[in-house]
Design a protein around this ligand. Structure first.
Ligand code: HAS
Ligand code: HEM
Length: 574
């Protein structure tokens, strides 16, 4: 019934937010290890890689997937005025909650610490792969339910345009569905039997390739809900209209063709893949930046329109006439702070994508610097803003501590800017990612100590503490709201922006099929040669990888990072 559906939405917002407390905590701990405030292998019963795995899996896989599904439910409820069939939303939430809790328990027990990019040779408990698969299959069920109600809606409304938010959601879940096939194969057919001990040999590059075939569309699966909010909610809350609906539709459809074939850009250093494929993927990755450049333009134009409508004059006056810090329009702050961060998140992504420049930044702090301005920027800020909005509307509970809720995104933005600046500046000096620097490079008593990395890791830590503070404030407001008494009618609604121009209905922007066909073609062009190479140059072998801390092996001064040596030589010259 209506009530069960609403409870599903509330559970789907509440559960991941509780888990996010653990996710955020482990993020702050990362910055303390990096800055050498901690010189330990573990803290509070959680070891370094266990904490890093919890951080990545909870924040980037669990929280984001729940949000995409729940935002999708509310979008369908608002635009189609329908709710999905019970088997779909109930089945979906049960699988997702069960799968996530299974993963969290295993991570807490130390049975899963192979990081959120869970490819071989690192190994988790077989149940981790099961848990993650349940989470993913749960999200599919929600999608299948939306297809059912969309078909009904289409029959009842044969002449209406498909609402932009609905198109965005369908594009996103189509891409997600296609992308989860390789990871399902990797998890269920390769990794699970291997970690259960049923097979002993494993083709490591194959698991990496299958993971990234999923892993890159994954980042756009995180991003597109935020884009849906920027196109369909932001113009309304900033006091204007969406500049062009057709441009928005085109941007979503371009993601559909370009997201899946670019996963190889995470593998520029993978020896078994060919240089021709890598170059081709650089070009495609520049291509997938185009819909984001278009978004910058369309959303920027919509903001300018809003500013002018709010009374702005001159060339840049519109920027001042936007509802900054206005608690009535608190969502604006979440969106604009995300957008501002994303300018730099996007630019750093283009650096990563450039095949030759990638050699400089790969596996350094630069990479987490890049992605905290994307996934912990626009993506997370839209998750936070829209989660409290949807919770408050669906539960019929007015938001508590509204002024705190209004300030949070600005504190978070400054925090991310500092965190990412520190990581990227350090990254350009060779600071590695995924390394407990506190046991080595930022421990003055270690012979690997590198004083050049102290200022950068300190800036990272200050940023991390600010982010942690913003998260804490948000949690207090969110849970005070969620645990308060219902005082208003419960409703499934979203702020809905109008389009500025009455635009022509362009057929190709309303039909996903040709775009899916092009996507399959581009994916084949990338992945057929990649697969051939993987099987040509690598075969399943027994895994000899030893996952004990590499720091113990690196005490020998000759293995010091090359960058350290170069900088020390520079020092001597001075
Ligand atoms: Fe990325 C690595 C390339 C976007 C996430 N990326 C990662 C990893 C993650 C991630 C998690 O090519 C690490 C994975 C791991 O653990 O190893 N990325 C790109 C490119 C883009 C990009 C080209 N990434 C994202 C998004 C993510 C994300 C989005 C999450 C949501 N990324 C890479 C590459 C690597 C990589 C390589 C591998 C690196 C390595 O070596 O390991 C593009 O999609 C970016 C396009 C974006 C733009 C920005 C548009 C700006 C907008 C804001 C406008 C502002 C306005 C406000 C309107 C072109 C839309 C104005 C208002 C005023 C008041 C002024
Ligand atoms: C990794 C800090 C929030 C996603 C990291 C790292 C740091 C960090 C320092 C790098 C670890 C390393 O490679 O040495 C923080 C802090 C946060 C925060 C202080 C705020 C409380 C988030 C959010 C997301 C996120 C909101 C996503 C929604 C990730 C991911 C990794 C990561 C995916 C990579 C994990 C890996 O390498 O396996 N975080 N982060 N973080 N963070 Fe965050």
């Amino acid at each position: 019934s209506n009530k069960t559906f609403k409870y599903t939405i509330l559970i789907g917002l509440f559960v991941p937010m509780v888990l996010f407390i653990l996710g955020a905590y482990n993020g702050v701990m990362q910055t303390l290890y990096r800055a050498g405030v901690l010189h330990e292998d573990s803290f509070g019963g959680i070891n370094y890689y266990q904490g890093l795995t919890m951080h990545g899996v909870i924040n980037a896989i669990i929280l984001t997937t729940f949000f995409a599904v729940i935002f999708g439910h509310v979008t369908m409820g608002h635009y189609l005025k329908k709710q999905p069939p019970k088997w779909s939303y109930l089945g979906s939430i049960i699988l997702m909650v069960f799968g996530s809790l299974l993963d969290v328990v295993l991570m807490a027990m130390g049975r899963a610490q192979a990081l959120y990019t869970f490819y071989a040779p690192l190994k988790n408990s077989p149940f981790f792969y099961l848990g993650t698969s349940l989470l993913i299959v749960g999200s599919w069920l929600a999608f299948f339910g939306w297809i059912v109600i969309y078909r009904e809606w289409r029959q009842e409304n044969p002449d209406k345009k498909m609402p932009i938010a609905v198109l965005g959601t369908f594009v996103n879940f189509t891409m997600w569905f296609v992308a989860s096939l390789p990871v399902a194969y990797e998890s269920l057919v390769i990794l699970m039997p291997w970690s259960a001990g049923w097979i002993s040999d494993i083709n490591v590059p194959l698991t990496r390739m299958l993971f990234w075939m999923f892993g890159h569309p994954l980042v756009y699966f995180w991003l597109l809900p935020a884009y849906i909010a920027f196109y369909t909610v932001l113009p309304k809350v900033s006091g204007g209209k969406l500049y062009s609906g057709n441009a928005a539709r085109l941007a979503f459809l371009l993601f559909l063709i370009l997201s899946t074939p670019v996963g190889v850009h995470h593998q520029f250093s993978e020896p078994v893949l060919g240089q021709d494929t890598k170059l081709w993927v650089t070009v495609l990755t520049f291509g997938v930046s185009i819909p984001s450049f278009m978004t910058a333009f369309t959303v920027g134009a919509s903001l300018e329109y809003a500013g002018r409508k709010n009374g702005a004059r001159g060339l840049l006056g519109w920027m001042g006439r936007l509802p900054w810090f206005l608690s009535k329009n608190y969502l604006f702050g979440y969106f604009i702070c995300g957008l501002l961060l994303f300018i730099f998140g996007g630019l750093s992504g283009i650096v990563n994508a450039s095949y030759s420049l990638n050699q400089m930044v790969h596996n350094t702090g630069w990479v987490p610097g890049h992605f905290h301005m994307t996934v912990a920027g626009p993506v997370l800020l839209v998750i936070l803003g829209m989660s409290i909005y949807m919770y408050s509307k669906v539960a019929g509970k007015p938001i508590k501590m509204l002024s705190v809720v209004t300030i949070v995104p600005y504190v978070w933005m400054v925090g991310v800017a500092l965190l990412s600046h520190g990581l990227m500046a350090g990254g350009l000096m060779g600071e590695p990612r995924r390394t407990n620097l506190g046991l080595s490079y930022t421990d003055p008593s270690s012979d690997m100590f590198n004083k050049h990395w102290v200022p950068t890791t300190t800036v990272t830590m200050i940023g991390g503490i600010l982010m942690g503070t913003a998260a804490l404030l948000y949690f207090i407001a969110f849970f005070s709201t969620a645990l308060s008494k219902q005082t208003e009618a419960s409703e499934i609604v979203l702020p809905e922006s109008e389009e500025l121009h009455e635009e022509k209905r362009i057929g190709i922007l309303h039909n996903m099929r040709p775009w899916i066909a092009v996507s399959i073609m581009l994916t084949m062009i990338t992945y057929v040669p990649s697969l051939i190479n993987v099987f040509k140059y690598s075969k399943p072998v027994e895994n000899k990888f030893d996952a004990t801390s590499p720091v113990n092996e690196m005490k020998d001064a000759t293995t010091k990072n090359a960058a350290t040596t170069i900088m020390n030589v520079e020092d001597e010259k001075v």
